[in-house]
Design a binder for this molecule. Structure first.
Ligand code: CMP
Length: 139
């Protein structure tokens, strides 16, 4: 089925001018960018977005990092978009990411791993609503 997923191009990638190269990977995989904006998160906003990880040891570092430079938040649409995006991103830790994936090519570490993608339909819905209104999604 056609799905939508929330993607974030993270500070390590925007800082290195990789937005276009990462978007090319999504588009080459058949994912359509139906909404996109470049924003700078506050640490509190990053904390709210990643609230599910609040008890993890890396939470504070993660929130600092996500607020350190602009991010590009986007909605990707396509057949099986949630899983497809996760395939294009590669494993969370770039050391484990398959060749050709975004994280294998661009990520610097498990924390500074260039992209985020929703992990399931329910989280995709919540994460899209966190950043976008319905009017901003132009499929
Ligand atoms: P993401 O898919 O955005 O979801 C949660 C993020 O936490 C994850 O990508 C990583 O960037 C980050 N993360 C996961 N594990 C670690 C870790 N061990 N140390 C630092 N950051 C981590």
């Amino acid at each position: 089925a056609t799905e939508r997923t929330l993607s974030i191009i993270k500070p390590d990638a925007t800082k290195r001018n990789l937005t276009g190269k990462i978007n090319a990977k999504f588009e080459d995989a058949g994912l359509r960018i139906i909404a996109q904006k470049r924003i700078q998160l506050t640490k509190a906003q990053a904390g709210q977005f990643y609230a599910v990880h609040a008890e993890r040891p890396f939470y504070d570092e993660l929130c600092e990092f996500m607020a350190s430079e602009p991010v590009v938040v986007q909605v990707l649409e396509g057949e099986g978009a949630i899983l497809k995006n996760r395939e294009v991103m590669g494993a969370t830790n770039p050391a484990d990411a398959a060749p050709g994936t975004i994280r294998a090519e661009f990520a610097e570490s498990v924390g500074e791993n260039s992209v985020h993608g929703s992990d399931a339909p329910e989280t995709a819905k919540e994460e899209i609503a966190f950043f976008f209104s319905g009017l901003e999604l132009v499929g």
